[in-house]
Design a protein around this ligand. Structure first.
Ligand code: NDP
Length: 249
């Protein structure tokens, strides 16, 4: 017996932070296919954001863009505080992230700070203003894009691994805080996914580490994010789902 009808009718707005390129863009497109309007944010690549918007709109839903630096608390506050209180999104996908790889013994303070401020502080800056409206609405889905590096660590990425492990801790704690109000918080931890971020990864060196013997595609991540965002029969809370072809078995 079908208990809840799952279809592609209007589902509300999905706020995709870092939605202009790569994994965030794939999530925006997949969520648009599921019937969500998209509110996508990015930092400065207006051209990529414009082309993502056109692709979303071609799917017959609305797409709005906002540009701000997630690491700048005041900028995020100015962009989101009032808007999120009035119109809480149905879904938040936190995908903005950067790398500044270096061995710890050479790592500059700026490299540590940029990665932590963007990947981890940025989540606080955004979620702080989104959660309140979701709690009042007594519903919401939050999906955080962490990384395999946050689960098992990666040499040359002490800063990045710390930020991504921090996101896992933050999401688990938040999941405990807001679960009673029907706000579901989960994490996905991608492995090597083909985006601008990984265009310099030596494929021949990493393939032997991946049981599925291929890099992932942004769509591989987006399908799981879409499931966590839109599946009506949902009893998953505070979990970390690896999307890494078996890299971190
Ligand atoms: P991309 O570099 O392709 O895209 C990054 C996105 O984040 C862009 O939309 C970018 O905006 C936005 N962004 C970056 N910094 C800021 C900032 N300071 N303020 C606001 N927006 C910002 O990255 P991916 O799609 O590869 O990665 C997406 C997420 O997935 C990241 O969190 C990453 O750590 C994670 N991840 C990626 C993996 C991979 O293999 N690619 C593996 C595991 C995790 P703009 O276009 O304006 O620059």
């Amino acid at each position: 017996m079908l208990l809840v009808k799952s279809d592609s009718t209007y589902k509300g707005t999905a706020l995709v932070i870092g939605g202009s390129r790569g994994i965030g863009k794939a999530c925006a497109l997949r969520l648009a296919d599921s019937g969500f309007d998209i509110l996508a944010t990015y930092r400065g690549n207006h051209e990529a954001a414009g082309s993502m918007k056109a692709e979303v709109e071609a799917r017959g839903v609305r797409c709005e863009l906002m540009s701000f630096d997630v690491s700048d608390h005041e900028a995020v506050k100015a962009a989101l505080e009032e808007r999120m209180e009035k119109e809480p999104p149905a879904v938040l996908v936190y995908s903005a992230g950067v790398t500044r790889d270096n061995l710890l013994m050479w790592m500059k303070k700026e490299e540590w700070d940029t990665v932590l401020r963007t990947n981890l502080d940025g989540f606080y800056n955004v979620a702080r203003f989104v959660v309140f409206g979701m709690l009042r609405a007594k519903k919401g889905r939050i999906i955080v894009i962490s990384s395999v590096s946050g689960r098992i660590g990666q040499a040359g990425q002490v800063n990045y691994s710390a930020s991504k492990a921090g996101l896992i801790g933050a999401a688990k704690a938040l999941a405990r805080e807001v679960g009673k109000k029907n706000v579901l918080v989960n994490v996905v931890a991608p492995g090597f996914i083909e985006t601008d971020m990984t265009d310099k990864v030596p494929v021949d060196k990493v393939l032997p580490l991946i049981p599925l013997n291929r890099l992932g595609k942004p769509e591989d991540v987006a399908s799981v994010v879409n499931f966590l965002a839109s599946e009506p029969n949902m009893y998953i809370q505070g979990q970390v789902i690896g999307i890494d072809g078996g890299l971190a078995i």
